[in-house]
Design a protein around this ligand. Structure first.
Ligand SMILES: *[C@@H]1O[C@H](CO)[C@@H](O)[C@H](O)[C@H]1NC(C)=O
Length: 317
């Protein structure tokens, strides 16, 4: 009986492996637009797809980032300046994309641009702190998608949204997890709507990776700035010791992060080039072995674990 089960499971994985390695044809004619190509996942994906022969249209926040990317890639890769928080910038970039892809439409849109901070207990933050992050990570994705969806539909192409395991499980306050849960919801509704038009939507859920936005420096500078402007009562309730422990925790986290960004960009590449992309890709050992299993735990158990392992506020009861 166990033998049959093992054979069945083995057969399932073999079939899945075979199915997933079917690659779409004419990759060299396919245009992919990626946001946030200055550094991190976006930058590496742009170079990777360029090598693979796809026609990469790379959105960069800065001219410097764009120049550096162009210097490392073929002449087929083109860049455009894009700030996903600015409607005019998105409109201009969408027109720029349209001018290039013409009647073929856009094969792939990769919503990758994002920020990670502020990351702090909610009560230390203001509405503006939340807005700033959500404007990039969530509303930026919504507006870029709405501006380019018609072109993706025309190509019966792919939409690849970078969420996070922090869109499945929440471990800190602030807008980050909110934005990533939002990306999950946005992607789910898009996948269902777009299934009628042959467009496939994939969600990437990376664990911890070392990129420009997740360094120890970014985290510590951020938490100190947030603490500085928190109101006196909040400071008293939490206390300096809490701040120190929290800061130490944030400083320690990036040490556990993987610096092999390929585990993420390979998922993105698969979502764009396989005939049968997955709905969700989790990337990184921490995502697969820790965060995702934790996300399936009963909430009460998860709450207890968090309670035991969190720093305690000075005035905790
Ligand atoms: C990085 O990850 C990719 C994809 O998971 C893997 O194929 C590669 O061997 C890894 N590279 C290193 C240096 O660990």
């Amino acid at each position: 009986m166990w033998l049959y089960l093992a054979v069945l499971v083995g057969l399932y994985y073999l079939l899945r492996w075979y199915r997933e390695r079917q690659v779409v044809s004419h990759l060299r004619d396919k245009y992919v637009f990626i946001t946030g190509c200055d550094s991190g996942f976006g930058n590496q994906l742009a170079r990777q797809l360029d090598l693979r022969g796809l026609r990469v249209l790379a959105g960069c926040l800065t001219e410097q980032g764009a120049e550096q990317l162009r210097a490392k890639t073929s002449d087929r890769l083109e860049t455009v300046i894009l700030d996903v928080t600015q409607t005019e910038s998105i409109t201009a970039a969408a027109q720029w994309v349209k001018d290039r892809v013409g009647d073929r439409g856009l094969w792939g849109l990769v919503n990758n641009a994002g920020v990670s901070v502020p990351l702090a207990p909610n009560e230390w933050l203001t509405k503006q702190d939340f807005m700033k992050l959500l404007n990039v990570n969530l509303l930026g994705v919504v507006e870029v998608t709405l501006s380019l969806l018609a072109l993706v539909r025309k190509a019966r192409g792919r939409l690849v949204n970078v969420a996070s395991v922090m869109g499945r499980l929440t471990v800190t306050g602030g807008g980050y997890s909110i934005s990533k849960y939002g990306i999950e919801a946005f992607s789910d509704s898009l996948r269902r709507e777009l299934s009628f038009f042959g467009v496939k939507v994939a969600i990437i859920e990376p664990g911890g990776f070392r990129t420009g936005m997740t360094s120890k420096d970014v985290y510590s500078r951020n938490i100190l700035a947030v603490w500085d402007k928190a109101n006196p009562e909040v400071k008293e309730v939490y206390g300096v010791k809490f701040l120190e422990t929290y800061k130490k925790f944030l400083g320690y986290m990036p040490k556990l992060y993987s610096s092999n960004l390929s585990s993420v960009t390979d998922c993105m590449e698969h979502a764009l080039t396989s005939c049968h992309p997955r709905t969700r890709y989790s990337a990184g050992w921490d995502a697969k072995l820790i965060y995702l299993p934790m996300s399936y735990m009963p909430t009460a158990l998860l709450d207890t674990i968090m309670y035991l392992y969190s720093p305690k506020p000075a005035k905790a009861v």
